[in-house]
Design a protein around this ligand. Structure first.
Ligand SMILES: [Zn+2]
Length: 112
């Protein structure tokens, strides 16, 4: 199986596309594995016209909604060195079991 280096809840930097912003880390909301895409908070927003739904007490109007972007457009921001980085995998032993963890290729810190 292909390794997915980005996880839900990670902070990422958008490096390509119309919402590229290399200064602001943004949170990953959802991973769409099948399509190699992710949803990132406030990135690739589209306006949707919502019909009012009186049963759900939902007012109609325009709402903004994130659309998925390709994972190659982002880099994970390392929680230790706060830089956009590439992520590697490393095996470690923990309580007698071997475990795979992610690490930052810049500062070498484990990212869990
Ligand atoms: Zn780092």
């Amino acid at each position: 199986m292909k390794m997915f280096r980005i996880r839900k809840g990670d902070n990422v930097m958008v490096i390509a596309g119309k919402d590229a912003d290399k200064d602001v880390p943004r949170k990953v909301l959802k991973i769409l594995r099948k399509h190699d895409r992710i949803l990132v908070e406030k990135v690739n927003l589209v306006k949707r016209h919502m019909r009012a739904n009186p049963y759900a007490q939902q007012p109609g109007g325009i709402v903004e909604k994130e659309m998925p972007i390709h994972i190659s457009n982002v880099m994970v921001v390392c929680p230790a060195c706060h830089k956009p980085t590439r992520v590697g995998y490393r095996r470690i032993e923990s309580e007698g079991k071997e475990k795979k963890v992610r690490f930052c290729k810049k500062c070498n810190e484990v990212m869990e």
